[in-house]
Design a protein around this ligand. Structure first.
Ligand code: ATP
Ligand code: MG
Length: 380
């Protein structure tokens, strides 16, 4: 079995593997790149595993003229930029003890141990620089069946790191067999230990949720999270019902994960959203309950967020989309409210001025942005 994508022939990756091997160490591609290549989906970032310690990796890489950034030295990871491409290079590790928030690790020289500390069998595939696949735990058959299965005993693995609960649903959404459903043993363990998610940082939860909701179709995974009690731990009060209709309407356009979050509802106190995400989410939630026309939403929110709002509202209310809604959102986004404060001054000042502007704006929005400045000012 071989991986064949062009990513593996990148001169930076080849050179980095060659210098590590030249010094007598192993240098193997691992995780997402190998998995995605074998599934025929795009490879995003490059992870390497090696039996050299991080200090030795750094020395060898620097001597070869590559830039080294100690991105996760406490977990044995350094990032090596070779010919413009970053590689996360992690020393073989084994799990030793854990507080459930992060697995504690020790270095190892054995690939089997390194594979055993990984989360799912489909993530334990390695490839050398010629593309030959190394499969110490027989993860290939699970990958080919698109089965997300924990390495070892699911309950034990979850208790080492509760974030793995969310990763289970995320990897199923991204790579699982949509017909086959979730692995029953893994699902039962996630349900039994969902309370452990309370100990995971908001940053780590949000990073996983973001990736989960950005899958082409997160619907079945999120529905299973709701049934198993996992969803309520990270988004109390959320309701997954509008997600499937939204995915149908947005046709898997996954880059807009926030509108998927918006239709779930629920309290976001367990998440850490950026300022702009929090603002956009609040705007979307307001739009869900509004009677604004598509043009009005385009005007209020701009085209991308206005589009999110229309789709999210149609999914939640289970209403069809008006025929020319995209054109209308675009029209709204390009239109400016034609009246300014100067038009009403000096006759109106202060609060009265603000109130009149608001009421003119409401009239203008109700008329679907068609009234002109003159029409609005007539009788104002
Ligand atoms: P992608 O980058 O596409 O999200 P990935 O598989 O590369 O997928 P990463 O989060 O980059 O995922 O992690 C790289 C590898 O490290 C995984 O494939 C897995 O083997 C291992 N890993 C990451 N997080 C954990 C964890 N919490 N527990 C156990 N193993 C993990
Ligand atoms: Mg990765």
């Amino acid at each position: 079995m071989k991986v064949r994508g062009d990513w593996i022939t990148h001169p930076g990756s080849q050179a980095l593997c060659a210098v590590l091997e030249g010094a007598g160490f192993r240098a193997l591609f691992v995780g997402g790149c190998v998995r995605n290549d074998l599934l025929g989906v795009p490879v995003a970032d490059i992870d390497l595993a090696t039996d050299a310690t991080p200090e030795i990796v750094s020395d060898i890489a620097e001597t070869a003229g590559f830039k080294v950034v100690p991105t996760g030295i406490e977990h044995g990871t350094v990032t090596v930029v070779a010919e413009g491409r970053p590689h996360e290079v992690t020393t073989f590790r084994r799990d030793v003890e854990t507080d459930g928030r992060r697995a504690m690790v020790a270095f190892s020289t054995r690939i089997e141990e390194d594979a055993q500390r990984r989360d799912f069998t489909m993530n334990t595939l390695y490839a050398d620089r010629t593309g030959r696949v190394i499969d110490p735990l027989h993860g290939l058959s699970d990958l080919q069946a698109r089965r997300v299965r924990f390495v070892g005993d699911a309950e034990t693995r979850i208790r080492e790191d509760y974030l793995r609960i969310l990763r289970f649903f995320r990897f199923h959404a991204a790579y699982g067999d949509p017909e086959g459903g979730l692995d029953p043993e893994g699902l039962a363990a996630c349900a039994a230990f969902s309370a452990g998610l309370e100990t995971i940082s908001r940053e780590r939860i949000t990073a996983e949720l973001r990736k989960l909701l950005a899958a082409r179709d997160p619907g079945p995974s999120v529905a299973a999270m709701a049934r198993s009690g996992v969803l309520a731990r990270i988004l109390p009060g959320a309701d997954p019902r509008a997600l499937a209709p939204l995915v149908h309407l947005d046709q898997g356009e996954s880059a807009r994960w926030l509108r998927r979050l918006a239709v779930l509802g629920g309290e976001t106190g367990h998440l850490r959203l950026s300022k702009s995400e929090a603002r956009d989410l609040a705007a979307l939630r307001t739009a869900l309950g509004s009677a604004d026309t598509p043009a009005a939403l385009g005007w209020r929110l701009g085209e991308p967020l206005g589009t999110d709002a229309i789709l999210a509202r149609a999914a939640v209310l289970e209403m069809p989309l008006p025929d020319d809604w995209q054109r209308q959102v675009r029209r709204g986004a390009k239109t400016s409210f034609p009246v300014s404060a100067a038009d009403l001054m000096p006759g109106l000042q202060g609060e009265a001025l603000g109130a009149r502007l608001k009421s003119l704006e409401a009239r203008w929005l109700a008329a679907d942005l068609t009234l002109t400045r003159e029409e609005l000012l007539k009788g104002a």
